[in-house]
Design a protein around this ligand. Structure first.
Ligand code: MG
Length: 185
């Protein structure tokens, strides 16, 4: 169970991509014309979980250490505006600029990661979260370790845990369903 006081402070959920939104697999191949093609596998239940954050005041951002068109496409589907990809995996300055842009503090950030590139960010945020498949160095500094693995519902688990700790989960589900029953004005 997350500390409700910590969960209530969260105004930004920042997500690593590989190993968090995916199972860490990257499919590399070539199209008919020989162009390089890179595919990733995302979890649909994670996507619905992020939709549950609509109306809660928690925004979502993607902070990736790998440039990928697949990530950009998935982010567009999920209507995530803040997609920061740096091939050098310098995630602290990326996130710092985002906090600046939105006027947020590090203590208002929940971050989910899996590997060493995420450690510097984890050491700064208010709610550092490691996925089940994270390396030991990440789990050691995490306030919460998910039971689910990346690409297998870890992000859905995080959203549910944060909203439950804030006592906002039932309302978020009700809001999601009401927006889809076809009867609201
Ligand atoms: Mg990763």
């Amino acid at each position: 169970m997350l500390d409700p006081r910590v969960a209530r402070r969260v105004r930004l959920l920042a997500l690593d991509v590989d190993g968090v939104l995916t199972d860490n697999g990257v499919y590399i191949g070539a199209a008919g014309g020989g162009e390089r093609v890179e595919l990733k596998r995302f979890d649909i239940q994670d996507g619905l979980g992020l939709a549950l954050l609509d109306g809660t005041g928690i925004r979502v951002a993607i902070i990736s250490g790998r440039r990928s068109e697949a990530t950009a496409l998935r982010a567009r589907e999920l209507r995530i505006d803040d997609v920061l990809q740096d091939s050098g995996a310098r995630k602290v300055p990326l996130l710092a600029s985002l906090l600046d842009k939105h006027g947020l503090g590090w203590d208002e950030v929940a971050f989910v990661g899996d590997d060493l590139a995420d450690v510097p960010v984890m050491q700064r945020v208010g709610l550092p979260i490691a996925v089940a498949n994270a390396v030991p160095e990440m789990k050691a500094i995490a306030a919460y370790v998910t039971e689910a693995s990346g690409g297998r519902g870890a992000v859905r688990e995080v959203v549910t845990a944060v909203l439950r700790a804030r006592d906002e989960y039932d309302a978020a589900v009700a809001r999601y369903l009401a927006a889809r029953d076809g009867h609201d004005s």
